[in-house]
Design a binder for this molecule. Sequence first.
Ligand code: G6P
Ligand code: ZN
Length: 583
Amino acid sequence: MVTFAVSKVESTPFDGQKPGTSGLRKKVKVFAQPHYLHNFVQSTFNALSAEKVTGATLVVSGDGRYFSKDAIQIIIKMAAANGVRRVWVGQNGLLSTPAVSAVIRERTGHDGAKATGAFILTASHNPGGPNEDFGIKYNMENGGPAPESITDKIYENTKTIREYLIAENLPNVDITVPGVTSFSGPEGQFDVEVFDSASDYVALMKSIFDFQSIRKLLSSPKFSFCYDALHGVAGAYAKRIFVEELGAQESSLLNCTPKEDFGGGHPDPNLTYAKELVARMGLGKSNTGEEPPEFGAAADGDADRNMILGKRFFVTPSDSVAIIAANAVDAIPYFSGGLKGVARSMPTSAALDVVAKHLNLKFFEVPTGWKFFGNLMDAGMCSVCGEESFGTGSDHIREKDGIWAVLAWLSILAYKNKDNLNGEKLVTVEDIVRQHWATYGRHYYTRYDYENVDAGAAKELMAYLVKLQSSLSEVNDIVKGVRSDISKVVHADEFEYKDPVDGSVSKHQGIRYLFEDGSRLVFRLSGTGSEGATIRLYIEQYEKDSSKTGRDSQEALAPLVDVALKLSKMQEFTGRSAPTVIT
Ligand code: G6P
Ligand code: ZN
């Protein structure tokens, strides 16, 4: 057994190591500076209670983006030096964010060990490569992101750090082959266990869904399927689940080889960045001319996000979670006993609210950020939740789950078609969504993103919108001046949330303008960017009349968009005449 020694290395603080909504995200060049990653990792160890470090088992892996391999070796050496007993690494350093959550909660090591936390190496949907983003976040024993009490401590520690511990002479571990490598250090044995990235996650999915009925659907000659991993880590799961377990054709997988730079693309599953899938599904301008598949889906870099498409049809994430909630008990065995409750983030449309009301379910509206759902789930108050930002999930883990969402949709399709697989025509994604609108009404919804805006200008715009809220009559004068056919603003505020489980209060969670007819305008600054500021504008309008739920959404929302842009003086503040991305 190779013996290692522990070195204390002197260091000085770096500015700006404050973890955002989902960990610390910076350019690779920033992370690659000497001591930069080390400081953050040591600050994390120092923020955890002793038993979560000394003798503990930690998972270290991620979406495989550029710099991950170096980071994994550094973290292994620092874990060893800090007295961690075992580090678990997914083969080739790959584990999707939902798989990490599943591994923490479900996996038992070769020696019976269980993990108590994880360093997840990802910047989610941000591009990767030498000139792009890297990221790191810490997840806790429940499989969810560290709460603010921990991330605040980490940040405080990064401001005062003077030294870190590292086992400099520990040889690099081969993470390409499963197996256990043991070392001997001052505190005793230290193991690195490399394991198959997919097995635990696949087993969990099989315990939730009826794979046989999905397999039947996929084998129907009337059904066709397409999945785009955008060269993110979802590719490592797609082949195992969709092809090997469910019998989909290999040709139905697009961009399913994980790449360090995501093939140069932006691994964000939306109508702008998932170009190839969007074209294949017959949407957008670059239509391929071939008959599109019945069902298409995409994932982001770390596979926690999802986009669901039907043939020439886009399902908004807000509708998606509402439709999953409405059908979960019938279509998904895991939920057959009923739903404990449902939840959405504030900017997500109110489609889920209407389902909760109809089905008499507990309902929660939380600020943006998956951690807020985690608390509700740990307390047994919520089964299904989702966000407009292409995140959907359930209490099977404590992260959103891109492949889970696809399996949920396939389950609903399988359920709706169970007596129909040999019939004339299958019930399609579009049929399911239109039927849902007919039953519950439709929330027309769109999001405008202004990426990489000058941070000062973005702050000024937000401050202006808050100030404006003090006079609703002034607001309504502006609204009337822009469009006389729009209803009145009856309430305006900054969203604030009191967590029903731990009583903590989160303020300034987005600026809301609420209209008399249920329409909403929401403005927020993104918490996940790595450069400048991103302004998000969310626009929503409710239509109950089932004869009016079939309109084109950009067209239906045009008047409200007009109002939003003028009310916020968007162009004046940002200099932008159009958003970077519309979803
Ligand atoms: C991450 C979190 C999500 C959240 C999203 C918001 O993906 O996991 O829970 O919805 O960030 O991103 P934004 O850029 O809008 O702050
Ligand atoms: Zn992600």
